[in-house]
Design a protein around this ligand. Structure first.
Ligand code: MN
Length: 199
């Protein structure tokens, strides 16, 4: 049963999070994504992609970025109901994930075009451990990839969220050297001192 884990963790008499009992009305558009900034015991960003009527979900401990040189850890967590995409508010103290949730970015996504044979669905790509997608959000746009890391010993599968190089890629402010064009620094004369090694 989908969402079983999600429901088991929450008391819907206490939290205003959606129970997922009513399947959200979906207009026939591109599938959606949402990133929710979640001030729980540790600040993280919940990255969610629509697939098969639920939101496949990853907790990203650091803010997602358009910098292709940065790999963000993304820990796969339980599927969330589609309704969760619009949830903002405070999960009460003592409840699972207690803390405030705000929407950091949202929009639609699609598979990268022009690839043959046809790309797998999101759920097939999750099984394969490699998902490529193009985000159409406000903060995040362009091609991204999620790659599952090999360590299966962890209770929660660990992935890397990485921006792929395209016209939307940009260096993050904290990483200014990442896109400096070419290394044009003059080479310093390398006169290795042939001093006799004195001991
Ligand atoms: Mn969370």
């Amino acid at each position: 049963m989908p969402l079983q884990e999600y429901r088991a963790q929450r008391n819907f008499d206490e939290t205003r999070e959606p129970s997922g009992k009513d399947r959200g009305q979906r207009l026939p558009t591109e599938p959606i994504f949402v990133i929710q900034e979640h001030h729980a015991s540790h600040l993280h960003y919940d990255f969610r992609l629509e697939s098969d009527g639920v939101l496949k979900s990853w907790a990203v401990p650091k803010e997602p970025t358009l910098d292709p040189t940065v790999k963000r850890l993304a820990i796969q967590v339980e599927d969330h109901p589609l309704d969760y995409a619009t949830f903002e508010g405070t999960i009460p103290r003592g409840q699972y994930g207690a803390g405030t949730v705000t929407i950091w970015d949202h929009g639609t996504f699609e598979s990268p075009s022009g690839q043959e044979p046809a790309l797998p669905s999101v759920s097939e790509a999750i099984d394969a451990g490699h998902i490529e997608f193009v985000l159409h959000g406000k903060k995040l746009q362009g091609k991204f990839v999620l790659i599952r890391m090999k360590d299966r010993a962890k209770a929660r599968p660990q992935w890397l969220l990485i921006k792929m190089k395209d016209e939307f890629a940009q260096a993050s402010p904290s990483n200014p050297g990442a896109h400096s064009r070419g290394r044009t620094q003059p080479k310093l004369p390398q006169e290795a001192p042939k001093a006799s090694t004195s001991t």
